[in-house]
Design a protein around this ligand. Structure first.
Ligand code: SAM
Length: 241
């Protein structure tokens, strides 16, 4: 190689590696605090601490027999009035407890995208779908910033006990909006922080006011309603304008 060009060639090879090592500036959207809840990750968004992601090792808890009576998922599904043929993304679907129930409401022409960041959860999801002979649920491996569903494809995106675990709530909701059809809805199902009797760890609960505050930074979304149907959880609905 030309002796003049050799150093340039070497620099071009090393540049990506050096760029990776360069310290990243702090993300101004998020705040890190040394003192924080032991069930949280020490990272805060708009004053709220983000919870630790529930590991797939605890998936049995999602399928506990008493869950139906505690959470009344029958009432949840009834109040959301899914239509035949809807495309629904169950974001953070876990082992598919909710996907399974939605799949029945939307019929054979509908689709549920079961979105997860843990492949182990998707493996459990598909095992259960096969067990129940359900064919309209598709597994999707997303990332912490993107659910990886097709653009403008979904009528509904639902998060049951999930949003408070998002490592990047701002980026994740932005990507979710891109995956929604115009007029489509984003549904938050979160344990009521306002109610001290709800037996769930503090960082795994959310108040209605906090959800609304965090959605106020997304001008593409309009608040639609909060349904008072469930014994322990809020159902908070936003629509894509
Ligand atoms: C408490 S579980 C709830 C599972 C399910 N929704 C249910 O109610 O049975 C929360 C799930 O959200 C998933 N999760 C967390 N952040 C996520 C993200 N950015 N995208 C997709 N899934 C996520 C976790 O991996 C975990 O399986």
């Amino acid at each position: 190689m030309n002796r003049l060009l050799a150093p340039l060639f070497l620099a071009a090879l090393l540049a990506p590696a050096l760029a990776d090592e360069a310290p990243k500036p702090p993300d101004p959207r998020y705040e890190t605090r040394a003192e924080h809840d032991r069930n949280g990750i020490g990272k805060f968004f708009m004053g709220r601490e983000i919870a630790r992601v529930m590991g797939h090792q605890a998936a049995d808890w999602l399928e506990r027999p008493e869950r139906e009576a505690e959470e009344r998922t029958d009432l949840l599904l009834e109040s959301l009035a899914f239509r035949d043929g809807e495309v629904v993304a169950d974001i953070g679907c876990g082992s598919g407890f909710i996907s399974r129930k939605i799949s029945k409401k939307i019929g054979a022409k509908g689709t549920v995208y079961g979105v997860e960041i843990q492949q182990e959860m998707l493996d459990l999801l598909m095992k259960r779908m096969a067990m129940f002979r359900i064919e309209n649920v598709q597994p999707v491996l997303g990332t912490t910033t993107d659910p990886k569903v097709p653009p403008a494809s979904c009528d509904t995106m639902i998060m049951v006990d999930v949003y408070h675990e998002f490592d990047f709530p701002y980026e994740m909701i932005r990507s979710m909006i891109a995956g929604l059809k115009k007029g489509g809805r984003i549904v938050f199902v979160e344990y009521r922080k306002e109610d001290p009797k709800v037996p769930i760890k503090e960082v795994h609960k959310m108040s209605e006011a906090q959800v609304k505050k965090e959605m106020s930074v997304h001008p593409e979304l309009a608040y639609a309603e909060t349904l008072p149907t469930l014994p322990r959880q809020h159902i908070i609905v936003f629509k894509k304008k």
